[in-house]
Write a protein that binds this ligand. Structure first.
Ligand code: ADP
Ligand code: MG
Length: 167
């Protein structure tokens, strides 16, 4: 079944210039990228994305981490598409705890736990297709993807956009 999976290259990976290495590793899945953008993560987006972890004691630190407070305010968001995309990407990403991740996985290779106990695990990957759908709809508009697997509709929408100033 064709699935889509949201991948986030987190701020620790961005500041260490690990993007290229991570994308090369994820290419081993043979999946295709159907959308990508650099995002400055707002508190609202971070909290909505990680809403299921709201009760965890590490929640506030996690929000600061993904917003870039400890590194830089930049996340690369990507959508991967293909059969079993979420499972394939998550296998390649490795376990949540970088110390428990397979040494050759992305998190095993590049992740660390800080002295404050933050899991700097360099990437996010949707846990399953259902979560993938929720997350992709949170991070992307359909017109930002070259391929959509969820229903769309044409609607007239008034969206405020920053445009290039005319002379
Ligand atoms: P995953 O990212 O592997 O899907 P979770 O959804 O459980 O894992 O957690 C989301 C993120 O929260 C993790 O990627 C990691 O950055 C952070 N996190 C999870 N568990 C812990 C923990 N025990 N201590 C610190 N940070 C954690
Ligand atoms: Mg998760």
């Amino acid at each position: 079944m064709t699935e889509q999976c949201l991948v986030l290259i987190k701020p620790d990976a961005i500041i260490k210039h690990l993007t290229g290495d991570i994308l090369a590793k994820l290419a081993e899945t043979n999946l295709h990228i159907v959308g990508s953008k650099v995002v400055q993560v707002t508190k609202e987006l971070a909290e909505e994305h990680y809403q299921h972890l709201r009760e965890e004691k590490f929640f506030d630190e996690l929000i600061k981490y993904i917003m870039g407070h400890y590194h830089m305010k930049s996340v690369l968001a990507l959508v991967y598409e293909g059969d079993g995309a979420c499972a394939k990407i998550r296998k390649c990403a490795g376990a949540t705890n970088p110390e428990e991740a397979e040494p050759h996985s992305v998190r095993g290779k590049y992740g660390r736990i800080t002295s404050k106990g933050i899991f700097e695990n360099v990437v996010h990957a949707s846990e399953n297709p259902k979560e993938g759908e929720r997350e992709i709809k949170l991070w992307f508009r359909p017109d930002e993807l070259i391929s959509t697997i969820y229903p769309t509709e044409m609607k007239e929408a008034k969206i405020e956009k920053m445009l290039w100033k005319e002379d």
